[in-house]
Design a binder for this molecule. Structure first.
Ligand code: 5GP
Ligand code: ZN
Length: 136
């Protein structure tokens, strides 16, 4: 993808603080970290969202992310770690090249400290379950 920042990083046209690389996967530090050590893991090939990634590449990304997560967690002496992935603008995706966030966390660091859960209306949970099952 000619105008994709992450493809340019994969091609070496834009520099990055590299953490890990293999044939399918690249990992580097996020340029605007939530906390120092915030790391991105992505397939070298361009896929826009999680939905398009082929199984072999996805497996490679997840396994790399698992290994790198622990290194991030231990390396920056975090108290916790979020494994996040955004799909589409409505979910906060800004770079349209699928990537996983590994975010080291500390008590009271101000990020995602509460989860604004709401209750289902009567019958809504079952209706929702059926809508999902119809697509599975
Ligand atoms: P998204 O919101 O798409 O899930 O996350 C995109 C992430 O990419 C953001 O956290 C942002 O800071 C990071 N980012 C955007 N441009 C660059 C860049 O050129 N280099 C690096 N290392 N990170 C970037
Ligand atoms: Zn790309």
């Amino acid at each position: 993808m000619a105008d994709c920042i992450f493809c340019k990083i994969v091609q070496g046209e834009i520099p990055c603080a590299k953490i890990y690389e293999d044939d399918l996967v690249l990992s580097f530090l996020d340029i605007n970290p939530i906390n120092p050590g915030h790391t991105l893991v992505l397939p070298k090939n361009h896929y826009e969202t999680l939905f398009e990634v082929d199984p072999e590449t996805l497996e490679a990304c997840i396994l790399a992310a698992q290994k790198i997560s622990e290194a991030v967690y231990r390396g920056v002496k975090a108290a916790g770690l979020n494994f996040l992935q955004n799909n589409f603008r409505a979910a906060g995706q800004l770079i349209e090249h699928v990537h996983f966030h590994l975010i080291p966390r500390y008590e009271k660091d101000g990020f995602l400290t509460s989860w604004p859960g709401r209750e289902y209306a009567a019958g809504e949970m079952e209706k929702t379950r059926k809508k999902i099952l119809a697509e599975l």
